[in-house]
Ligand binder design. Structure first.
Ligand SMILES: Cc1cc2nc3c(=O)[nH]c(=O)nc-3n(C[C@H](O)[C@H](O)[C@H](O)COP(=O)(O)O)c2cc1C
Ligand code: SF4
Length: 520
């Protein structure tokens, strides 16, 4: 008899560890023997802790379960799948999950994350096994044909990046996984590392085979202690099983993988600052060119990719590029694990093909606001993403369509706010955030963010001078166009979108701000 209780960080925050211990205690008290598996979360966070019982190969879910309810669950016969107010039936039939297209997250929550056997049984290693039969050029070609674009934020085509590194001449090359996951409202990287770590390891090995790198690093956000523990254990197991090392699955090819804990700064997620940090230096942004793909870690050609980008690769190799490219729309191919959070009834992980509208995500999946008040705005793409009003919720999730309305996909995080939010305060927060996180290398960001804070303080206190709005827009224009990296370059997005769609929150009318905003 198998009982699954997630060991995902968010599930644990909702009491999953206490529930797991209570289940073990109650089973011992009743003299029952059961196999308690700590799985990853399915991503239905409003139902966590979501306990599942496996009987004759079928799963019955119960959630959210509290520690106090465990005795009652045993008494009601939950081990036989019997009725209880928390009974959800087959978790895969819950509409939130059933309607998704789980490609990268296909195993999430279904297996023991640290069992390589379970990984293999559920389709793991099929991509690597195929990659080992292909030449580097063929692997790069397959990834290019799939249309995969980087999921870290910029949406750069992965195949082109890999081809650049493959063609660079060097005695050593590296693959670096960006697992710094600093964007507010994002957690898909963490879920993969905690809930399906071999998938990331497999993706990194394939990336190494593709570009000719024999060594890789995962740069993990320091605020993810559980992900660190799980990944360390997964690495040990992968090494012991010959998945990593000098003879990958008996092929004679080699790849070594190391875990590096990040420095705890948002800017260290920017790929060149990350490389500086990985080299043991302060996380300062490097000017480009040269691109990391040509001169990256220790000045050697380096592929830097996000966790989700790398985790998509085994699936592409296993199912074929065409199958992946058939999903999505236009130049936005495949699926995106969207992370819904903020003021929503049903926050969680929703993996869907590109092309879905924001409205469907927010209402059909998210269920509208948790507060029951009107949904005023969403911030999409992290702390420096723009705020979009309800009039734009009909826009589809698509890199190009979102760009048309000055939106961004970013890392796929959507944070919802009801009508109690003040966009003037949120704009001020963006400037404050930038001032705190700026690496200090360039003036528009280092000085501009502090000037922006001061200006917004004046505007919001009602003591603004006659040209304050114009000055704010000018400052934003300089930051967007003259900053060295995206931190300073994107900080104006929440400011300008707030001003454009909600000028009253800044004490202005639409007529006052519209002419100013035309130039940015
Ligand atoms: C300030 C800043 C922070 C960033 N943080 C992250 C991050 O936490 N994770 C990430 O994957 N990319 C982050 N990026 C994007 C990376 O610089 C880079 O584009 C990405 O790692 C490339 O991988 P991809 O092609 O797979 O998206 C950040 C960029 C900026 C400007
Ligand atoms: S924009 Fe900010 S974080 Fe980026 S290089 Fe300039 S000072 Fe550093």
């Amino acid at each position: 008899m198998k009982v699954y209780v997630p060991r995902d960080y968010s599930a644990c925050a909702m009491g999953a560890d206490e529930v797991a211990r209570a289940i073990e205690r109650e089973a011992a008290r009743r003299g029952l023997s059961l196999d308690l598996v700590r799985n990853g979360s399915r991503g239905l966070y409003w139902l966590e802790p979501l306990v599942e019982v496996e009987r004759n190969g079928e799963r019955i879910g119960y959630g959210p379960v509290t520690e106090e309810e465990v005795e009652g669950l045993f008494a009601a016969g939950f081990l036989e799948g019997k009725e209880h107010p928390a009974r959800l039936g087959d978790p895969e039939e819950i509409p939130y999950l059933r309607r998704q297209k789980r490609v990268v997250f296909r195993r999430m929550g279904r297996t023991d994350p640290l069992s390589l056997d379970a990984y293999r049984q559920q389709g793991g290693l099929a991509g690597l096994t195929r990659a080992l039969t292909l030449s580097p050029q063929q692997i790069v070609e397959e990834v290019t044909k799939s249309g995969l674009r980087g999921r870290g934020g910029a949406g750069f085509p992965t195949g082109i990046k890999w081809k650049t590194t493959l063609q660079a001449e060097a005695d050593r090359k590296y693959v670096v996984c960006n697992a710094d996951e600093g964007d507010s409202g994002t957690f898909s990287d963490r879920m993969v590392i905690e809930g399906d770590p071999f998938l990331l390891i497999e993706g990194m090995i394939i990336a190494g085979l593709a570009v000719g790198a024999t060594e890789g690093y995962v740069y993990l956000r320091s605020e993810y202690p559980l992900a660190r523990r799980v990944f360390e254990e997964a690495l040990e197991k992968a090494r012991a099983a010959g998945m990593l090392g000098n003879d990958i699955l008996g092929s004679g090819k080699s790849f070594a993988l190391n875990l590096y804990i990040g420095a705890g700064a948002y800017v260290c997620g920017e790929e060149t600052a990350l490389l500086e940090s990985l080299e043991g230096k302060r996380g300062m942004v490097r000017p480009r060119p040269p691109l990391p793909a040509i001169r990256g870690l220790w000045q050697k050609p380096t592929v830097v990719n996000n966790v989700i980008t790398l985790a998509s690769v085994p699936v592409i190799l296993a199912d074929g590029a065409e199958a992946y490219a058939q999903l999505g729309v236009g130049r936005s191919k495949g699926t995106l694990p969207v992370q819904l959070s903020g003021n929503l009834k049903r926050p969680g992980l929703v993996e869907v093909p590109f092309g879905i509208t924001l409205e469907e995500l927010l209402f059909e999946y998210g269920g509208g606001t948790a507060s029951g008040r009107p949904l005023k705005t969403i911030q999409i793409g992290g702390p420096l993403g723009p705020f979009l009003p309800p009039s734009l919720f009909s826009v589809t999730l698509d890199y190009e369509e979102l760009t048309k309305v000055r939106g961004i996909v970013g890392h796929g995080g959507i944070v919802a706010f009801d009508d109690t939010v003040n966009l003037g305060r949120m704009a001020r927060y963006a400037m404050e955030y930038c001032a705190g996180e700026s690496c200090g290398k360039c003036t528009p960001c280092r000085i501009g963010s502090t000037r922006g804070m001061e200006l917004l303080d004046q505007i919001l206190s009602g003591k603004k001078g006659p040209g304050a709005a114009e000055l704010l827009v000018d400052l934003c224009d300089v930051m967007v166009n003259a900053s060295l990296c995206g931190l300073g370059g994107m900080t104006p997005f929440p400011v300008l979108s707030g001003l454009r769609f909600f000028p009253e929150d800044f004490g202005y009318s639409k007529e006052e701000v519209e002419p100013l905003l035309q130039k940015v």
